[in-house]
Design a protein around this ligand. Sequence first.
Ligand code: GH3
Ligand code: MG
Ligand code: MG
Ligand code: MG
Ligand code: MG
Length: 303
Amino acid sequence: MTTDSPIEEPCSILIIDDSPTAVRMLADMLKDLGHITFATNGEAGLKFAQEIQPQLILLDVEMPSMNGYEVCQRLKANPTTSESAVIFVTSDSTMESEIKALEMGAVDFITKPLNQPVVRARVRTQLKLSQQAAALSRLVNRDELTGLYNRRYFNEVIESEFQRLRRQELSLGLAFIDIDHFKKFNDRYGHQEGDRCLQKVASSLNNATLRSGELVARYGGEEFVAVLPHISIDQVAIYGEKLCKAISDCGIIHQDSEFGIVTISVGVTAAIPTSTISVHQLIKETDKALYASKSTGRNRCTT
Ligand code: GH3
Ligand code: MG
Ligand code: MG
Ligand code: MG
Ligand code: MG
């Protein structure tokens, strides 16, 4: 990795500094490296960071009302903003303040007066690192064929959501989704067409799952799973019906199915997690509901 090699993907950089002159200088130095936004106080900076979730934040230390250290602390404490890399930019060049900044989770520390090549080199390095981290996280958490989250990530989310909703005494919904007669689809149309069908189904399921906090994953093969926090059993049943309709509306021809098109069967459950039920039981219940959909005719949702 060299500092002048191109940055591959569009990056977003947020500058938080109370001096408009400093903002202008930094923006000018970095304008070709990404999309630049700025805020001239900590509160506005936090709000922007939450909205745009930038790869990189250049953060001034001395600012009225909320200083850079406090801003950094809040950024790191909030899961929506904690992944953004923070570089402190300050005229305080003492060792103590550098240590303090790094201890707060900053990845680098640049002192004023600003030296353009140094600023650019350090910013490029962080942008590259953040791109590599994003690529790695895609590899670990996503399914290659469909782009959906994979089973590994689902396992992680269902465990943490189960614990969170147990503490909050709120309901957790789960949906299992299985394509009907998919073996026959492959047999007639070929494996490549089968892959394209999986991609279409995956994207329709994803589009039908819009609320924040909800997630659809590929569980394996032609099976998918959705995690739906704060949902009642009635609502989760409506969601399951909506999925069935979304897939049949795609109208993917399947001559060897009794419906003439590709359909799915869905099983759903919802429960408030307690100490007497486990994630494993919730999954088993949902799987049982899916099996009921299969054995009573397919292309339907069962609770
Ligand atoms: P049912 O309606 O009972 O669910 O029947 P089914 O044929 O869908 O179920 P079965 O479990 O018998 O077959 C699943 C098929 O899914 C078999 C397998 O070849 C196919 N499959 C699994 N993963 C992939 C994939 O990544 N690509 C393709 N093209 N096919 C896949
Ligand atoms: Mg300042
Ligand atoms: Mg299956
Ligand atoms: Mg199937
Ligand atoms: Mg099977």
